[in-house]
Every structure is written in structure tokens, then in C-alpha cells.
Design a protein around this ligand. Structure first.
Ligand code: GDP
Length: 208
């Protein structure tokens, strides 16, 4: 059975106190706005409009939870890098985002979406730096790989992977295209492994 076969929207959160009870494993999806995060979630889930909720006006600054199976959740974080967000709102979501990422114990890892034509922007590096404090794994999807030739895309992947090995050894990267639905199997394999490993860790904690 495919990991996302029964995925469904669960809840949307704009306050830390409204976060659902931490029970199963969570995997967060983050990235600059417009990098292709919603498209990637829809492509992985094979559902055209699943992540549409995060695009509805007033919800772009929210954390959206999708139930994958049992108590496991895919957590869609607000896209960063909007130029025109008022300071107070930006500070609110930065607090929400950073607190969630740095303190949520059931959060197993983060999928970071980057447009292959603009990888590792300043804000992406800030995100990596922040999250690396948790020592949890990060998997980068270099999206829109269809926009480059095969050899150009392979070259970007190699450069990004070399950078990660040196600076953030807990991070990995792959090519992805929502338009071609390519890279889906590779990403799904990693996420399946994360959810399994996370569940095993939670079970172990409950026994001890
Ligand atoms: P988000 O803001 O990160 O959620 O980005 P979206 O998923 O809404 O995508 C932003 C724009 O990029 C939209 O116009 C998408 O159609 C386009 N896009 C997303 N993924 C791909 C892709 O893999 N290939 C191409 N060619 N366009 C894409």
C-alpha cells in the first residue's frame, strides 16, 4: 500500500496552543513560497488539490496538518520569504514556526523544498542552520527539475549534495518534478522509512 493512499486534511493551526496532541510521527514540509511545496505535496499524495487548503486566503500563515495513516501526520508549514508580509504577522509566524520545529518531540524530520534554479538561498540556509540544532534529518527536494536539462539538473544536485555532506551531514537531496511526477518513488521511500523509524522510536519510549 502506498504511504499516502489514505492521506486527508486534518486541521489548520495558527497558535501553538492549538497544536494537536502529539501522538504519532510528524514530518514537516517547508520551503520558500513559490518553490513548489504545495505541488510537491499534491504530487506525492497523487491528489490534485490536497494542499490547496494552505493556499486559501488567511491560511497561508498557518500550519496545516494532513493525516497520513493512524496518528502519523504530514505537516505543511507556511512558506517563507514573502516580501510584503507586515512585520507583526511575520514575527507571529516566525515564532510559531521556530517553536514548532525546535520543540516538537514527535517531529521526525523535515522535507525542504527548493526551486532547482535557486537552491540554498539565504533563507534556506537560515532554515537549515536553525533546524540542524535539533540534529534531525532533512531531505531536500530540488523541485521544478523539468526546467533544466538533465545534465544541468544533475550538476546542481551534485553541488548541493557536496555542500550538504560538508556542512550538514544529516541532510540529503534529490531531484523532483511535480510536472513530470518524477522523483516520487525516491521521496516516498525516504518518507516511509522516516515514518517507520519514528513509530518504532515512539513505541520504544512508551515501553520505557
Ligand atoms: P508553493 O508556494 O511553494 O506551495 O508553490 P506551488 O506549488 O504553488 O508552485 C508555485 C508555481 O510553480 C506554480 O505556478 C506551479 O505550477 C509551479 N510548479 C510547481 N512545481 C513545479 C514543477 O515541478 N515543474 C514546473 N515546471 N512548475 C512547477
Amino acid at each position: 500500500m502506498s504511504l499516502f493512499q489514505n492521506i486527508s486534511f486534518y486541521t489548520t493551526v495558527n497558535q501553538l496552543r492549538a497544536l494537536p496532541r502529539a501522538s504519532g510521527v510528524e514530518v514537516a514540509f517547508a520551503g520558500r513560497s513559490n518553490a513548489g511545496k504545495s505541488s510537491a505535496i499534491n504530487t506525492l499524495a497523487k491528489r490534485g488539490r490536497l494542499a490547496y487548503v494552505s493556499k486559501t486566503p488567511g491560511r497561508t500563515q498557518h500550519i496545516n496538518f494532513f493525516r497520513v495513516e493512524d496518528d502519523n501526520f504530514l505537516v505543511d508549514l507556511p512558506g517563507y520569504g514573502y516580501a510584503k508580509v507586515p512585520l507583526a504577522i511575520r514575527q507571529h509566524w516566525e515564532h510559531l514556526l521556530s517553536t514548532y520545529l525546535q520543540t516538537r518531540e514527535v517531529l521526525y524530520g523535515m522535507v525542504l523544498i527548493m526551486d532547482i534554479r535557486h537552491p540554498l538561498t539565504k533563507l534556506d540556509l537560515q532554515m537549515l542552520e536553525w533546524f540542524s540544532l535539533t540534529k534531525k534529518p532533512v531531505h531536500i527536494l530540488l523541485t521544478k527539475s523539468d526546467k533544466l536539462s538533465r545534465s544541468q539538473a544533475a550538476c546542481v544536485l551534485k553541488e548541493v549534495s557536496c555542500f550538504l555532506t560538508e556542512r550538514y551531514p544529516q541532510c540529503t537531496a534529490q531531484l523532483f518534478s511535480s510536472m513530470l511526477a518524477s522523483g516520487v518513488e525516491e521521496a516516498t521511500t525516504i518518507l516511509t522509512d522516516w515514518f517507520r523509524s519514528g513509530s518504532a522510536m515512539i513505541q520504544q519510549d512508551n515501553i520505557e
